[in-house]
Design a protein around this ligand. Structure first.
Ligand SMILES: Cc1ncc(COP(=O)(O)O)c(C=O)c1O
Length: 367
């Protein structure tokens, strides 16, 4: 069919922006390569699925799909507030933490404002800031770790927001407790400091700051977390932010009225009850992370020290080539070239069998 021409252009802020490229879906690889067994270790998903308690909650909500959900997910917000020892007014529930990032930039970034972030980090910070006409200020990582001193030095009169991803995606690194505390204390209080803790529950290292209690003493501090990772609810799209109640009020004006669905709200609330499942996921992830890093080191290569559910492997060759070769062996990882570090790949921690299959295929590819 012929496409008709028109002369309507999108806002200039969208010029040059790309569409987010997620990890390659299993179905797509199956179609393209005709392989039977495909292991996806590309999107930092939970290989153990999600809690059975959540499954029951989802099933009972299915009966009520004809009815809109509660717009602010008050039951979940109350439960989180209790667990986190904050007030429910300090919590906003989002359609994934992705939505909360967008609500924050939509509500607070004005044209020309600067937002400081690491280079490289989760790409949605940069995209959302650009959509609002803001200027992302990228501060290079120091050996895979946020350069907090460098980020402080990048503050200008135009700085409106700072993003710290801790653990950082894609390197998996964390910043030290004292260092982050001192950073939080030094960021001027007219700048919004957003700490993205999507991988918080996977951290086993002691030198990791629990930032939520600091929201009470630092009104400019915002902490984001998600049910997509350790809780295994990525497809339901649900995450949360902890912040000063004034910010929650503003973001509520901007969010869609029914931004999270019934099943997501119920599943997330139920998941909070099942601490055994979370402990199991954390333990198995830690074992998998250690196994992958150790095996990679035996091959004479190295990884960034990860506290997430993924490991970034440093190669002496193009990440694209290794990604393609692994794909032909039925293993989907992410090439570092799409993540900003071309000579790396990022592999999500899978089940024990999946991790072993990855290591075997990786060994064949690099040796
Ligand atoms: C650092 C980080 N933040 C936020 C997200 C978004 O997560 P979701 O929107 O699924 O909550 C991700 C997803 O991979 C992430 O890695």
């Amino acid at each position: 069919m012929e496409t008709l021409q028109h002369n309507i252009t999108a806002r200039k802020e969208l010029e040059g922006l790309g569409v987010y490229k997620p990890g390659k879906p299993i179905e797509e690889v199956q179609r393209e390569l005709g392989l039977n067994r495909i292991i996806k270790l590309a999107s930092n998903e939970n290989p153990l699925g999600y809690s059975l308690v959540a499954k029951d909650a989802i099933m009972s909500e299915m009966e009520k799909l004809a009815f809109y959900p509660e717009g602010t997910a008050p039951v979940l917000a109350e439960k989180l507030a209790e667990q986190l020892e904050v007030s429910p007014e300090q919590i906003i529930i989002g359609n994934g933490s992705d939505e909360l990032l967008r609500l924050l930039t939509r509500s607070y970034i004005r044209s020309g404002d600067e937002a400081i972030m690491a280079d490289v980090t989760f790409p949605r910070y940069e995209t959302n800031v650009k959509i609002e006409g803001g200027n992302p200020i990228m501060v290079p990582l120091l050996d895979g770790v946020h350069d907090l001193e460098g980020m402080l030095a990048a503050i200008t009169d135009q700085t409106r927001m700072i993003f710290v991803c801790n653990p950082n995606n894609p390197t998996g690194t964390i910043v030290g407790k004292m260092e982050l505390k001192s950073f939080i204390n030094q960021v001027p209080d007219h700048i919004l400091l957003v700490i993205d803790e999507a991988y918080f529950e996977y951290v086993t290292e002691d030198d990791y700051l629990n930032t939520v209690p600091l929201v009470q003493s630092h009104p400019n501090l915002i902490v984001l977390r998600t049910f997509s990772k350790i809780y295994g609810l990525a497809a339901l799209r649900i995450g949360y932010g902890v912040m000063h109640p004034d910010f929650v009020k503003e973001l509520m004006k901007v969010k869609e009225p029914f931004n999270t669905n019934r099943m997501a709200q119920a599943a997330a609330a139920a998941s909070l009850e099942d601490s055994n499942f979370i402990e199991k996921c954390k333990r198995e992830n830690d074992e998998g992370r250690q196994y992958i890093s150790t095996e990679i080191e035996k091959m004479g290569l190295s990884c960034f020290p990860s506290q997430g559910n993924f490991v970034m492997v440093k190669l002496n060759q193009s990440g694209d080539a290794v990604f393609q070769a692994l794909l032909h062996k039925g293993i989907i990882v992410r090439s570092g070239s799409v993540l900003g570090l071309p000579e790396t790949i990022r592999v999500s921690v899978g089940t024990k069998e999946e991790n072993e299959a990855f290591i075997q295929a990786f060994r064949e590819v690099v040796e």
